[in-house]
Write a protein that binds this ligand. Sequence first.
Ligand code: SF4
Ligand code: SF4
Length: 284
Amino acid sequence: MKAAILSGKGGTGKTTVSTHLAALFPDALYVDMDVEEPNGDLFLNPEWNDRIPVSVIYPEIDNDKCTHCRNCAAFCRFNALIAGKALTISMKEICHGCGGCALVCPSDAIRYRERIIGYVSRGITRFGSPIISGKMDVGEFSGVPLIDRIRTMDRTEALQIIDSPPGTSCTTVAAVEGCDLAVIVTEPTPFALSDMKRTVEMLRTMKLPFAVVINKAGMGDRGVYDYCRDESIDILGEIPFSLELAGAYATGVMLDSVSPQLQKEYRKIMDGMKRKAGMPGVAV
Ligand code: SF4
Ligand code: SF4
């Protein structure tokens, strides 16, 4: 089962839930696809075995050959090429590496170069479970190539927890694609509910089964509960709001210091996830 853990916005507890599940079920592969801000490793303290660079291509223009016909600039829908009367330049930071501009150049003036935009690492967490984590370099604009790289890696584990980017961006869609189900982690607040509705819309468009986990239960209002009831969305579990938990999160402490009741809640969440994916549940 590949389960994407996502949220309508950052900071709702997506990584808290993902890492606790990974720690409680050490046969699971934890995959940090939140490549712009991966922080699961802060809690899982892995020992890394492998670090793979991820590159994209960008065009380099030979202005001695260029006739400034503007074909390439007209072709590029990302506006990554500027063709002036005397000079044509490419902006590698916004190029999506589609490779199309060279095809429309009549003067053979375009060559592609590669540049590294981040790394994918593989290792073993302090709980003995496997981990893969992507990290995009600062200043890059799209983490999709990193997510694509992770998706092509050998991942044979029967249980995979995909810590996905928040929101409904193309990186979120790329991370969620191919999963068996999604779990939206949200908070019982009007702000979180508003963001969650967009995530629900995205998942329904993708026709992916999904359910909800409520983090910081006990604070806020009943809006999320009412919405889930009206929309027939399952709530798999609730992580109660507590200052102790917030403090533990801030210092990167997990599981070893949380109560048996909370561990039981996480088991209940995993049980719900497996049943939703059509698999046998787990003992709670
Ligand atoms: S490779 Fe594609 S995205 Fe990049 S500059 Fe050329 S046409 Fe634009
Ligand atoms: S398509 Fe080729 S020749 Fe035309 S402006 Fe671009 S690089 Fe120059």
